[in-house]
Design a protein around this ligand. Structure first.
Ligand SMILES: NC(=O)c1ccc[n+]([C@@H]2O[C@H](COP(=O)([O-])OP(=O)(O)OC[C@H]3O[C@@H](n4cnc5c(N)ncnc54)[C@H](OP(=O)(O)O)[C@@H]3O)[C@@H](O)[C@H]2O)c1
Length: 305
C-alpha cells in the first residue's frame, strides 16, 4: 500500500514510517525537519491554505495516518489558537479530503480525553471530559473525524520510544537521566497504558489491513503509574531504580491540569484483532534492544541540523 504519514519527524510518525517501509510504500509529511531518512518526504506546513489537498493529490496514497499535532500539553495552554487549528480543525479537514478521495484514514488521538476520575478502566463507551487545552482540542479533532468520515479509524494512544530530539518520550526522560546517574521524580498518581511505539506502529498497520473503522483504544493492556514505568525501565536496563523518587503530580508545578487514572480497556481492539496485543514487557525488551543496537543514534541522525 502507498501510505502517507503526517508528522513524520515526530516520535510516532518517524518510528511508524521506519516500521512501515518494511512492507509498504511510505511518504512522510514534515516541515523540512528530516534529512537522509529512508523514505520519501514531502516538506509542507499543513496549516497553509490548500496544503493538505495538494499533498493528497500529489502523493495519491491509499492510506493516510495522521500523526501531526500540537502534542505538547503545556504549549497548548500557552497557544490555544494554534492548538485548536492543529488538533481540532485540521483532522476534520483531512477527514473530509480523504473521504472525497477514497483514502482510508487513521487519526491519532489520546487517552487524555478522559478526566481520570474513573476507578476502573475507560472503555470507548465512556464519556470523555478533557481537563486541559490539549485534551479539549484533541477530543474536538476525533469527534470531527468520526462525524465527517465514519470509515476512518480513530486510535487513542499513549506510547514510548526514541525520537529525533532525544527528549520527546517518557522513555528518553528516564533513560537520559538514569544513564547519567541523575536523581529524578516519577509520578505515582498518573496511570497510563505505556505502549512501545514499534508495537503501536504494527497495530495501526494491522487495523488498516483489516479495514477496521471507528474508535479504538490502541495500546498495550498493561496499566501502571509513570513512577512504575521508570522503575521497570531502570530494572530492565540495569540502572539504579532508587534514583527515581516517588512523587505526586500535584507537587510538580506543571501548569496544565492532568487527569490521574487514564487506564484504558483494550477489549474492543482485542476482540477485533482476534489475537493478543504485545504487552509492556515485550515492548520494553524491544526498546532495550534498540538502545544497544544504536537505534537512538540512527534516529537522531535524521534530524536536519
Ligand atoms: N507522545 C505521546 O505519548 C502521545 C500520547 C498520546 C497521544 N499522542 C498523540 O500522538 C500523535 C503523535 O504525537 P508525537 O508525540 O509523535 O508528537 P511530536 O513528536 O510532537 O510530533 C508532532 C509532529 O507534528 C508535526 N507538525 C506540527 N505542526 C505541523 C504543521 N503545521 N504542519 C505539518 N506538520 C506539523 C511536527 O512537525 P515538526 O517537526 O515540523 O514540528 C511533528 O512531526 C499526536 O496526535 C499526539 O496527540 C501522543
Amino acid at each position: 500500500m502507498r501510505i502517507l504519514i503526517t508528522g513524520a519527524s515526530g516520535l510516532l510518525g518517524l518510528n511508524l514510517a521506519l516500521e512501515a517501509i518494511n512492507t509498504h510504500d511510505v511518504v512522510g509529511v514534515d516541515r523540512c525537519q528530516l534529512i537522509n531518512a529512508p523514505f520519501e518526504q514531502v516538506c509542507t506546513d499543513l496549516m497553509e491554505k490548500g496544503a493538505l489537498e495538494s499533498v493528497l493529490d500529489k502523493v495519491q496514497p491509499e492510506w493516510l495516518i495522521h500523526c501531526a499535532a500540537m502534542a505538547n500539553v503545556e504549549d497548548c495552554e500557552t497557544n490555544p489558537g494554534l492548538a485548536r487549528n492543529l488538533n481540532a480543525s485540521l483532522p476534520g479537514d483531512l477527514a473530509s479530503a480523504c473521504k472525497i478521495r477514497g483514502v482510508k484514514m487513521v487519526h491519532i488521538s489520546t487517552d487524555s480525553v478522559f478526566d481520570g476520575s474513573k476507578s476502573d478502566l475507560y472503555t470507548e463507551e465512556d464519556v470523555p471530559n478533557p481537563l486541559n487545552m490539549y485534551a479539549k482540542t484533541k477530543l474536538q479533532g476525533e469527534q470531527a473525524v468520526i462525524s465527517i468520515n465514519p470509515s476512518a479509524i480513530v486510535a487513542r494512544v499513549n506510547f514510548f520510544g526514541f525520537s529525533v530530539s532525544g527528549t520527546r518520550s517518557i522513555a528518553e526522560f528516564f533513560i537520559n537521566n538514569l544513564n547519567a546517574g541523575k536523581r529524578i521524580k516519577g509520578f505515582t498518581d498518573l496511570m497510563f497504558n505505556p505502549t512501545f511505539v514499534g508495537d503501536l506502529a504494527s497495530l495501526l498497520l494491522q487495523m488498516l489491513a483489516m479495514d477496521l473503522s471507528g474508535l479504538y483504544h490502541t495500546a498495550s493492556g498493561d496499566v501502571m503509574s509513570k513512577y512504575a514505568f521508570g522503575v521497570l525501565l531502570a530494572r530492565r536496563f540495569g540502572w539504579d531504580e532508587s534514583l527515581i523518587s516517588p512523587e505526586s503530580v500535584e507537587d510538580s508545578g506543571l501548569t496544565a491540569r492532568r487527569a490521574l487514572n487514564l487506564g484504558l480497556s483494550v477489549q474492543k481492539l482485542l476482540t477485533a484483532l482476534g489475537e493478543p496485543i504485545p504487552d509492556f514487557s515485550t515492548g520494553l525488551d524491544r526498546l532495550y534492544t534498540q538502545f544497544h543496537q544504536g537505534y537512538p543514534q540512527k534516529i537522531r541522525s535524521y534530524q536536519y541540523a
